[in-house]
Design a protein around this ligand. Sequence first.
Ligand SMILES: Nc1nc2c(c(=O)[nH]1)N[C@@H](CNc1ccc(C(=O)N[C@@H](CCC(=O)N[C@@H](CCC(=O)N[C@@H](CCC(=O)O)C(=O)O)C(=O)O)C(=O)O)cc1)CN2
Ligand code: MET
Ligand SMILES: [Zn+2]
Length: 771
Amino acid sequence: MTIAANLGYPRIGPKRELKTALEAFWAGKLGEAELQSTAAALRAGARAVQQGSGISHVPSADFALYDHVLETVCAFGLVPPGYGWSGEGPVSLATMFALARGARGRAAERAAGIPGDAVALEMTKWFDTNYHYVVPRLSAAMRPRLLDDRWTRALREGLQHGTRTRPVLLGPISLLLLSKTEDGTRPLDLLPAMLPAYADALRFLAEAGAVWVQVDEPCLVTDLPSGAEDAYRTAFRALAEAAPGLNLLLTTYFEGLRDNLQLAASLPVAGLHVDLVRAPGQLPAVLEALPRDRWLSLGVVDGRNVWRTDLRAALAQLRAAEAAGFGKRLMVAPSCSLLHVPHSLAMETALDPALKRRLAFANEKLKEVAVLARAVDEAEKAVAAAFEESDRALAEARADERLHDAGLAARLAAVAPEMERRTSSYPTRAAAQAARLGLPELPVTSIGSWPQTAEVRSLRARLARGELDKASYDAEMERMIAEAVRWQEEIGVDVLVHGEFERNDMVKYFGEQLAGYAFTKHGWVQSYGSRCVAPPIIWADVSRPKPMTVRWSAYAQSLTDKPMKGMLTGPVTMLQWSFVRTDIPRETVCRQIALAIRDEVADLEAAGIPIVQIDEPAFREGLPLRKADRDDYLRWAVACFRLSASPVRDETQIHTHMCYSEFNDIIESIAAMDADVISIETARSNMELLDAFAVFDYPNEIGPGVWDIHSPRVPSAEEMARLAARAAERIPRRRLWLNPDCGCKTCGWAEVKPAMANLVAAARQLRARAV
Ligand SMILES: Nc1nc2c(c(=O)[nH]1)N[C@@H](CNc1ccc(C(=O)N[C@@H](CCC(=O)N[C@@H](CCC(=O)N[C@@H](CCC(=O)O)C(=O)O)C(=O)O)C(=O)O)cc1)CN2
Ligand code: MET
Ligand SMILES: [Zn+2]
C-alpha cells in the first residue's frame, strides 16, 4: 500500500503557543515543567492533526524547543566549554538556551554555573530558507555520546498515545558539514567519534519499537567537499549495522541529487526521499538508479510554498514510479519538512476567497498527501472530488485576469540598460556626495530600526482591533520618531534614521502597501527560536500604487539638519522572504518589485532625503545551493538591485545592508551592485568577514558592523574602536563607516542607548588618532 508520510510539522503552534511559552520562560514567568507541558501539548496536537489527515508515517523528534540542530548537539554532548555543562549527564535547558542566546547573568544561569558573559553560538540560514539554525562549534577534544535519547523519548511519547511515529534524526554527515570547528580539525574528521553515538540512538529506537527512522541528509543536494562521499559510505554502513531490523529513510530536500544520485542510491538504507518540487526533472534518473528493493518517497507537495498542489501532475509522477516497479514500495510526502509554511488556512478568514482556494498551508498539504496516496492505490475515482477541486482552482488561477498587469509588462519591456546604471561612476558620485553631506571621517550611522518595544507593537495591535484610530496611531509614531531623532542628535550620530517604528516587519510592511501581494492573519513561520515571520504572498503582478515611506522619512528629515537616511527593503529580499507565485519566473517577479522600489527611491530623493538605504539581507540566502546555478541568479539579482537603486542623481547616496552572510563567493557581485556604501555584519567574526572585501579591493565605502546587536552585552567604546582599527587594516580609512551589525529592532533601549553613545565615542577616538 502506498504510504502517506510527512517529514516534519511546524513547531511554533497554530497560535504561536511555543513562542509565548518560551518568552514567558525566559522572563522567569513560567516554570520548566509548564514549558515542557506546553511543548508536549503542541506535539500531541500535531500528531492528532497529522493522523486525522490520513498520514500514516507521522514524524516525531522533528519538534525542538529552540532548534533541531542545537537539540542534536545537546543530545550528543557536543557542547563547548563555558556554558555550564560539566561534561557528564544530560545538558540542562539553561545550558541549551545559553548556547542559543548567550547568557544574560540571570539567576537561573548563575545557578547552572553559566558565566554571565557566555556568548551565543553563531546562527545561520538553514540552506536557502529563512529558518536559522544554531551552528555547532566542535573540537577534536569532544567525546560524543548519547546523553539524552530524545529520539526514543519522542517515539515512546507517540506510542503512549497510540501512534507509532517515524523519528527524525539529522544525519551524521549533514550535522558535521553544517558545523564549524575551532581547532583546525575538519568537521568530517569527527565522524569516527560520532558514529557510536548515532549507532546507540538507532539501536535504542529499534529496541523501543521503531520501524522506520527518517535520517535527514540535506547536504546530499549540495556540492560535496572532498572526503564526503567516503564519509557517507562509512557512516551509513555503520548505521545500517547498528540496527539491522530498522528501516532507514535517507531523506534529501531543497534540490535534486544530481551528481550525488549514485552515491545516495548505493547507501545501505531501506528507502530514499527525493524532492520533486525543486527538482521534478530528477525522477527518471532516480527511478533508474535506485535498486528495486528500496522504498521510494516522492516529495510532490511543496513544503516551501503555499500553493495548492496540482494533484494530476503529482499523480503522474507517482504513476511513473509505480510503472518503474516501485508500486509496492512507494511513499507520498511533502518535498521537505512543513516547518517552512504556516499551520493552517482555516484561521484565515480575511483572505480573498478566490485566492484562498489556490492555497494550502501545512494542514491542507497533509490532506493532499493523503489524497495522492489513496489515488495511487484506489484509482483517482476514489478521490475524485479532491481532484476536481484541484483542477478547478488551477483553471481559475490561469484564467484570473487580475494576475497580469499589462501596463507593468510594457514598462518592464521598456527598461533600458541605462536604467540599471547610476549616471556617473563611484569616484564622481563620491565627490558630489561628500560636497553635499559634509560628513566627518568614519561617519557613524545605524542600520535602520530602533527597538520594537512592547509599546510599539501594542499600538499596532490596538489599531488593528479598532481600539485606536489611524490619526492617533500616526501621532504616536511621529512622537517616537521625534524622540529618536532628538536622541541621535544629542549623542552625535552623523547619519540619522527615523527608526522604522511604523513597520511590523521589513518585508510584510512593504508587501501590505504593494499591489499583487496578499497577507495572512496567522500565517506565522518560525525564523529562529521564538521569533517568527508572516511572509506575505505574491500572487499577482507587483506594483506600487503610491509612496510607501516618504511621509515618515520626510517628517524625520524635517526635524533635523543632519542627513536622514531613507530605509527600504530591496527587491531580492522582498522576493526571498515572501511566498512567491510560480506561474512566472522569479526573475520577472523580482524585476517588478525592483521597479516599485525604484519609484520609492525617486520619491524619497524628490522629498529631499539625501541618503537612501536599500536593504538586501537575503541576497546571499537566495543564492542557489549548487554552484552551477549561481551565475544566472547573481546576474538577475544584481540587475534588480541596480534597477531599484539607479534613478537618483550623483549627489544622492545609496546604501545597502547585508547580514547573515559569508561574502567570499559573491564579492564580485556585491561590488557589481555598486552601492555607494554597504554595511555588513562582521562584529562576531572579529572582522574576518571583511577579508573578502580587502582581498577583492572592494572599491566603494563599507560599514563593517562593530557591535553585535544579537548580544545583550553593551560593547565599550574601546572595544568598538579596536574592531574598527582592525577594519582599517583591511580597508582604507577614508572609505570606512562605523555602525552596528544590523538593525536594533530586537534590542532594548537599555542596551541601545549606551551602545550607540559608545559607538560615537569610538569614532571620536579614532578620528583623533592619525593612522
Ligand atoms: N521577514 C523577515 N525575515 C527575516 C528578518 C526580518 O526582519 N524579517 N530578519 C532575520 C530574522 N530575524 C528576525 C528578527 C525578529 C523577528 C521578530 O521580531 N518577529 C516578531 C514578529 C514581527 C511582526 O510581524 N510583528 C507584528 C505583529 C506583532 C505581534 O505579535 N502582535 C501581537 C499583539 C502584540 C500586543 O498586543 O502587544 C499579536 O498579533 O498577537 C507587529 O509588530 O505589528 C515576533 O516573532 O514576535 C523575526 C525575525 C532574517 N529573516
Ligand atoms: C535583517 S536586516 C534589517 C535591516 C533593517 N533596516 C533594520 O534595521 O531592521
Ligand atoms: Zn541586518
